[in-house]
Design a protein around this ligand. Sequence first.
Ligand code: GRF
Length: 224
Amino acid sequence: MTLHQHVPLPSRRIAVLASGSGTNLQALLDATARGTLEAEVAVVVSDRADAGALRRAASAGVATVSLPLGDRHNPVVREAYDRRLADVLHAFEPDLIVLAGWMLILTSGFLDRFPGRIVNVHPALLPDGGGVEVLTSHGRLPALRGSRVVRDALRQRLPATGATVHYVTTAVDSGPVILREEVPILPDDDEVRLHERIKSVEHRLLPRAVALALAACSASNVER
Ligand code: GRF
C-alpha cells in the first residue's frame, strides 16, 4: 500500500503597491479569499497616506505601509525612496510585486532588486514587444502609454481600448504582456464611465495574470 501524504505548498506571497482607491487590490483580496488565486497578499504599500487601498488592506487584516514621497522631481530623493521601498518589500519576502494603480515610475535600481517579479495593470491595450501599435478587432490602433490613457483613448476617438497586465521593465508600459482584453468605446462614454468599464475588466484579468506570473516564478524557480 502506498501512503499518499498531502504536503501543503508554502503560500505564495504577493506585495501590492497602490496609490489610489484600490479596487484592483480588492479584486486580488477577493480572489485569495475565494481561493481562486492561491496566494496571500502579504503587504500593501502606498505613497499616499489617504489611499483607499490602505483602508481596504487594513479591513482585510493585511499589513500596510504608508511611504510618502518628498520631492519626486529630485533624482536623489527619488532613488533613496525606491531603495527604502525595496528594503520594506524585501522584509515581507514577496514572490511577486503587483503594481495596482501605482502612480510612480520605478527606478532601475528598484527593478534590479526584483528581476522578472513585478507586474503592472494598465488601463489600455499594450502590444507584445513594446511597439507603437496594438492589433485589435478594429485593426491596428495606437498603443497608449502613461497616466492619462483613458482620456487619450477618448480624445483620439478610438473605437476601442482595453486593459493589459504586463511585466514591468525599464521601458515604461512596454514589458512582456501576460494578459490583455479589449473594451469597446461607446458613443456616450465619458472618462469616468469608460474607466469604470475598463476597471471591471481589470478586476477579472489581474488575479488570473497574477496566478500565471506566480506559476512562471515557480517554474523558473526564481529565488525570493
Ligand atoms: C487602474 O485603472 C489601473 O489600471 C491604473 O490605475 C487604476 C487604479 O484603480 N494603473 P484602483 O485604485 O485599483 O481602483
